[in-house]
Ligand binder design. Structure first.
Ligand SMILES: [Zn+2]
Length: 676
């Protein structure tokens, strides 16, 4: 299947257009200001010798600046704002002055360890940072057609090819990202070494003998280097009394289990934390850090799609017990065709996806039940208060599910995309675009306030680049077929043998009416595949089919294959927006007698702000009392669900993604219920 770019799709959606406008007009500028305020950009100026001071932020802080540049490029592709162009241009010029002649760029080492590189690949995110730089370069090239940043990235990528192609199996990054970035770079440059290096990085995972020992040595090395940097900082402050160190803001409150550090160490030593526990063809369950997992699965799916493009006759079927053959696999015979009993890559992805969706995902689509590793817990381990559900984890899942939708043409992937987009992802950015949530629990007793920035500010620019790209995820096409994955009001023209103008008028997520206007240039037979969502009430999953009560496998594409007239025709659908009470699987602890309320693609919650006279954590819902109403002046206009407790006290539910927009509050998704 072929993708469109966001620029080829004009979004005209009552729900999404204002959100994208806030993203383009406010969020992207707010994020740049934060990067400057927290001196992240100054780190590059220090390397370039254009400023005095001491490096601030985490060792991987460069990635936040690159991800902003990636997001800004994607925003610029749709809104050619000269102010944004000016910021991007000056930053790109600064990067050119920061980059070393051989392509290396990593301010932590350049400033503190000028003769060291690739020291602690599992811990220090050096390749991860290069990955985000490369993604920014590709996005900037796609947005502007200019090669300055792209060429800088090619220089960096060529260095990686020199240092890592055909290297040993321990040469991987502890935080995946470089893999998918190299595939994106391959797609625009067609330089096969980048694809091959991505493939080797992916295939090397889980093949290091005694990985725990590697991790432990690297961890100790990192701690020593970190102590040395702290000493440098103290010396600098003594010699520069005028220097004022900058303290990044903290994170949101996250409830953590006892022995958090010990749990993290054990998980990392066994390789699970960074998906290093076993080769990827045996990784049939989601484990470890959930953002890393999502980026790894995305890269694997991209590799599968590249293989599809090379061998289209081998598409769309699960290939078991069959190693993938690449035209240049002979370059590294030790990696390929080694384990004939392994599952194929696609089968592995499908199994991991199924395990995630049926047993390790929250009702919101959030991923990460174990805050100590910011990642997956065991099957049915879905405590709503421990839920970490980092915004980036759901974003990574979107990227993966999009690739899976294109590979398999199975509606389950676009259905999960929609569910995670509206709930687990959308909650990450506040209504005004300048406040965010990092972790996203489903029960909050302690009160949370959105913040303008975080000690690890990975999520804001990740949200912005994805929102800017939203148009890309609505349609896809192939020969004389078109798929409508998302019901977002928009218009585009694709080539299905003749130019086809297609327009969606959707009233989601508040009402279920969707109209599709089809207008080919001349009379033509072609097929439209339109996703019927799993949440359409006729498809409500049987109780216990998944841990969370949400089951995307109930989604399907309605296939309409006929002759279409150039006069233009309209299809109309009315998806059922009945309020649904979803129950968790009986194996999920603490969910007996509780329901999550959903309506259309939205999960609802009780926020203390709307229910000041009720204890939202102990209230018993009378499920026969529920009704809904659109309130135009609440939170930008939203459907509210009203109910009553069994004592007759009023309850007011709002969509989960809207919570924490009105100051500090408490919140709960799974509410006690007496079935009426
Ligand atoms: Zn994040």
């Amino acid at each position: 299947m072929q993708e469109l770019t966001a620029r080829q799709v004009n979004i005209t959606d009552l729900f999404w257009s204002p959100r994208l406008e806030v993203n383009a007009q406010k969020a992207i500028f707010h994020q740049w200001k934060q990067l400057e305020t927290t001196r992240c950009i100054d780190n590059f100026r220090l390397v370039a010798g254009e400023k005095d001071g001491f490096r601030e932020g985490w060792f991987f802080a460069d990635s936040d600046a690159y991800k902003w540049l990636d997001a800004a490029s994607r925003v610029y592709a749709l809104h050619a704002d000269p102010k944004l162009a000016s910021i991007m241009d000056s930053f790109i010029a600064l990067l050119a002055r920061t980059q070393m002649p051989d392509g290396y760029i990593f301010t932590y080492n350049q400033l503190h360890f000028p003769n060291q590189r690739w020291i602690n690949l599992q811990i220090e995110h050096e390749l991860y940072c290069h990955g985000h730089l490369i993604e920014a370069g590709v996005s900037h090239y796609e947005a502007t057609g200019r090669r300055d940043l792209l060429d800088l990235c090619i220089k960096a990528a060529d260095l990686l090819v020199r240092d890592f192609l055909n290297a040993s199996n321990d040469k991987t990054c502890g935080h995946e990202e470089i893999e998918l970035a190299l595939i994106r770079l391959y797609r625009v440059t067609e330089i096969e070494e980048y694809l091959e290096l991505a493939r080797q990085f992916v295939e090397r995972r889980g093949r290091t003998l005694l990985y725990g020992i590697q991790w432990w040595f690297e961890r100790n090395s990192f701690m020593k280097r970190n102590a040395y940097v702290n000493q440098l900082r103290q010396d600098y402050i003594v010699n520069h009394p005028e220097h004022q160190s900058f303290r990044l803001p903290g994170g949101n409150y996250a409830k953590k289990p006892p022995f958090t550090k010990l749990r993290h160490r054990l998980n990392a030593l066994r390789g699970f934390y960074a998906q290093q526990h076993t080769p990827i063809r045996k990784q049939t369950a989601p484990v470890g850090h959930s953002v890393r997992f999502g980026y790894l699965e995305t890269a694997i799916a991209m590799l599968v799609r590249e293989e599809q493009n090379l061998s289209p006759q081998r598409t769309r079927s699960t290939q078991r017990n069959k190693p993938i053959g690449f035209s240049f696999e002979s370059l590294v015979p030790f990696v390929f065709n080694k384990e004939s009993s392994d599952e194929s890559l696609l089968s592995t992805l499908e199994q991991a996806w199924e395990r995630m969706v049926t047993r390790r995902m929250y009702i919101t689509g959030g991923l990460g039940a174990a805050p100590e590793i910011e990642g997956f817990g065991k099957d049915y381990d879905l405590d709503p208060e421990y839920a970490y559900n980092e915004t980036c984890a759901s974003l990574a899942s979107l990227f993966w599910n999009w690739e899976m939708a294109l590979i398999t043409q199975d509606a389950r992937y676009s259905d999960l995309f929609e569910w995670q987009l509206y709930n687990a992802t959308n909650v990450g950015m506040g209504q005004n675009g300048d406040t965010y949530l990092y972790n996203n629990p489903l029960t909050v007793h302690h009160g949370v306030t959105r913040q303008g920035w975080y000690v690890v500010p990975c999520c804001p620019s990740n949200l912005s680049r994805t929102f800017a790209d939203l148009g890309k995820y609505i349609y896809s096409f192939e020969e004389n077929s078109i798929w409508i994955h998302q019901h977002i009001s928009s218009e585009t023209t694709v080539d299905v043998g003749v130019p086809l103008n297609i327009k969606i008028e959707s009233e989601l997520p508040w009402k279920g009416k969707v109209r599709i206007h089809i207008k080919p240039a001349t009379q033509k037979a072609f097929t439209i595949h339109l996703r019927k969502p799993s949440w359409d009430v006729s498809s409500l999953p049987a109780e216990g089919s998944t841990a969370s009560g949400y089951d995307p496998t109930k989604a399907e594409y309605e296939v309409i294959n006929r002759l279409w007239s150039p006069e233009g025709e309209a299809l109309e659908f009315n998806f059922d927006m009945t309020i649904q009470l979803r129950r968790a699987h009986p194996k999920v602890k603490g969910h007996d007698g509780k329901v999550a309320i959903t309506r259309g693609p939205l999960v609802y919650c009780l926020e203390s702000t709307d229910n000041p006279d009720v204890d939202i954590f102990t209230a018993q819902l009378d499920s026969s009392s529920l009704s809904d109403e659109f309130i135009p002046d609440l939170l930008g206009g939203t459907v509210v669900i009203y109910g009553k407790t069994t004592d007759g006290e009023p309850l007011k539910f709002i969509p989960y993604f809207l919570w924490a927009n009105r100051g500090e509050s408490r919140m709960i998704v799974w509410v006690n219920v007496i079935q009426g």
